[in-house]
Design a protein around this ligand. Structure first.
Ligand SMILES: CCCCCCCCCC/C=C\CCCCCC(=O)SCCNC(=O)CCNC(=O)[C@H](O)C(C)(C)COP(=O)(O)OP(=O)(O)OC[C@H]1O[C@@H](n2cnc3c(N)ncnc32)[C@H](O)[C@@H]1OP(=O)(O)O
Ligand code: FAD
Length: 581
């Protein structure tokens, strides 16, 4: 926080990655610097910003984002916390009517935060207007004691991020001024009348912003993991590649290259997609401030798609890197276990992935139907109803592979939409029919999202002008990425007829050649991520490659090594050994 102040970086523009690096196993301030700061910036009106932002910047106010309840995380419309407007006192009364309405999970809520943006069902003049955000002080700003009417605590140990205090929160008819409702988009006036927003999902804006930020942070986490595993694979020698010859670096094994190189490629694919979504987010934010919400649905869908894919890819990639380091990948000092536990939660938080993919699928089906009827559809899904013939690209060129993705995705959406129609005819209920098709719908969303990511990877690499040699390495990496994901999804390409069995076997052959070609680039590629040793925090991945010395030094720090004979010997082992049991 001192560094942020020194460099005059406003809270909401702080690089969360830097904050991440301070505490690897979770950071109690992360939701303060990310979601809380963003909610103030995007949901509070200018007067409210003047009131709270300077205090948040000075860390006088430390906030969190309290939306999820024990009973509901995904279904935001089902939240139970109420904020009922009292026109007599011009206050909102916050209340948690049931056990299931208890706020549960918010980062920093347990012990750190003294305030929160609370999402609660807004009631005024006897009518419910759905979930809305409120600025709520939870603790005394001087003593840090929780305020009367606020019941707070920490939820207990988790799989990971245990140096964060995830909390619970209940309200007992707790009163806040009317002006604490975040009023940039919707308002409750003094007489209790409600002024609606220009789009009814604008109050979900902080979630959209965080999903985009998560994409970025996933590429960083995966970059850390591939750096550790690749450097280790260059240091580690094991077995015989050729009988009688010296043990080779394990990076020489094709299977090891196959474990690592596609995930190195994935870092770039996620990073380039993140940049593209970030650009779109900035454009949409600028349009919203001028009253134009036309592109909001596209941003919502793209951020859902990229958050789901990047969290899944980075989590799987980190686990593969851990396994690629053999036994040493299991030791905490390798850094890989905490990378895994602090990344796998991105699959769940900020919208559980299946749920987000179903949002994407809903958009694909709606756009496909709109396209068929000749209605306008947004640019990213125009291809669904565009003529589905392959263009004139040379066979199996990058462009042809992208086209194969595009056509296979359009084909899958078409097939699933027909299934949905058949199911609807049987069920006579759209929602039951939807549920019956939801596995296929998730596949549609995944293929569409992968197509987007492949396309962004290729177009970004092709636009590199600074260095021909760098472009050439990244072109190989991109090619590997395209082929790798085609081989993982062979069925879709065969079903759509875009690639034949012979094509797939030719591509597979090329993939093996690319692994060998890219092998000498593996270490330079991860070195180029330029992580300092302190940031990586790994005995296996440090720059100097002194893996065994570092493992040995780290073992000396184990508390069990403070004495030769441990207390447990006297307390348990010795009595056991003497007991003749
Ligand atoms: C430089 C380096 C930077 C690095 C940065 C690193 C940053 C690291 C980031 C980490 C930071 C902090 C840690 C984060 C901790 C996690 C915090 C949380 O988890 S907070 C809680 C998050 N909760 C969720 O995400 C809940 C998920 N659920 C939902 O979002 C919604 O309920 C739903 C989208 C699933 C459904 O919403 P619902 O209201 O029920 O809507 P419908 O399904 O009926 O759809 C109606 C209609 O609305 C559209 N829609 C939905 N959401 C949006 C939206 N946000 N924007 C625009 N439109 C939206 C939807 O598509 C439908 O449209 P139709 O046209 O009708 O089809
Ligand atoms: C580490 C961590 C930090 C968090 N931080 C915060 C925070 O700071 N603030 C905050 O407010 N929240 C926070 N959360 C909560 C988080 O946002 C929710 O856990 C998340 O949105 C998922 O909701 P849920 O837990 O209710 O899961 P559920 O929705 O109950 O999901 C359980 C299963 O049901 C399935 N499911 C649910 N709905 C559907 C559907 N419509 N169709 C098909 N399948 C469905 C899901 O796919 C999943 O398999 C955090 C969670 C974690 C793990």
């Amino acid at each position: 926080m001192r560094k942020l102040a020194e460099h005059n970086i406003p809270l909401r523009e702080a690089s969360i990655t830097q904050v991440h690096s301070v505490l690897r196993d979770g950071n109690p301030l992360i939701v303060h610097t990310s979601m809380f700061a963003n909610a103030l910036a995007s949901l509070a009106n200018p007067k409210q910003q003047q009131q709270w932002v300077p205090l948040a910047e000075k860390n006088r106010i430390i906030g969190t984002y309290a939306q999820t309840e024990i009973g509901h995380g995904t279904f935001v419309r089902g939240l139970e916390t109420t904020a009922i407007f009292d026109p007599e006192t011009k206050e909102f009364v916050l209340h948690s009517p049931t056990i299931t309405s208890t706020k549960w999970w918010p980062g920093g809520l347990g012990k750190t935060a003294n305030a929160a943006i609370v999402m609660a069902q807004l009631y005024t003049q006897g009518k419910c207007y759905g979930p809305h955000p409120f600025f709520v002080q939870l603790r005394d700003f001087d003593t840090h004691h929780s305020l009367p009417g606020v019941i707070l605590g920490e939820i207990g140990p988790r799989l990971g991020i245990n140096s964060q205090d995830n909390g619970y929160l209940r309200f007992d008819h707790y009163r806040i001024p009317r002006t604490n409702m975040l009023m940039r988009h919707s308002q409750v006036l003094e007489d209790g009348s409600y002024v609606k927003p220009i789009h009814n999902k604008l109050s979900y804006g902080t979630m959209v912003w965080t999903r985009v930020a998560i994409v970025h942070s996933c590429s960083k986490k995966l970059a850390c993991a591939v750096t550790i595993a690749t450097r280790y694979s260059a240091v580690r020698h094991q077995s015989e590649l050729v009988p009688g010859k010296p043990e080779p670096q394990i990076l020489e094994y094709q299977t090891q290259q196959y474990k690592l190189l596609p995930h190195i490629a994935s870092v770039f694919a996620i990073l380039f997609s993140a940049s593209s979504v970030l650009r779109m987010q900035r454009n949409v934010a600028a349009s919203i401030s001028k009253g134009n919400v036309e592109l909001l649905p596209e941003l919502h869908i793209l951020s859902c798609a990229m958050k789901a894919l990047s969290s899944q890819d980075s989590t799987q990639g980190i686990e593969t890197c851990r396994l690629a380091c053999g036994g040493h990948g299991y030791i905490a000092s390798s850094g890989l276990p905490s990378l895994y536990t602090s990344t796998t939660c991105t699959i769940t938080y900020e919208g559980e992935n299946t749920v987000l993919l179903l949002q994407v699928a809903r958009y694909l089906i709606k756009s496909y139907r709109a396209g068929l009827e000749g209605l306008p559809v947004l640019p990213s899904v125009m291809y669904l109803t565009a003529p589905s013939a392959m263009h004139q690209s040379p066979p199996l060129s990058n462009q042809a592979l992208i086209e194969a993705f595009r056509i296979s995705s359009a084909n899958l959406v078409k097939e699933t939409e027909s299934r949905l129609c058949r199911q609807f005819n049987l069920e006579q209920n759209f929602h039951y029919a939807w549920n019956r098709c939801s596995v296929a719908l998730v596949h549609c969303a995944e293929l569409h999202s992968r197509y987007y990511m492949c396309e962004k990877f290729l177009s970004t690499v092709e636009s590199i002008r600074a260095s021909d040699r760098v472009r050439s390495v990244l072109q190989d990496l991109c090619r590997l990425y395209l082929i790798h994901h085609i081989t993982l999804n062979q069925g879709h390409f065969l079903r759509s007829g875009t690639l034949s069995g012979v094509d797939l076997s030719t591509l597979e052959e090329e993939m093996y050649e690319l692994l060998a070609k890219l092998r000498p680039q593996a270490v330079p590629l991860v070195d180029a991520f330029d992580f300092r040793d302190e940031l990586l925090g790994s005995t296996l991945g440090a720059w100097d490659g002194r893996v065994y010395e570092r493992l040995y030094e780290e073992a000396q720090k184990s508390p069990l090594n403070k004495t030769d004979v441990s207390k447990a010997y006297h307390k348990y082992l010795q009595p056991l050994m003497k007991s003749n049991l």
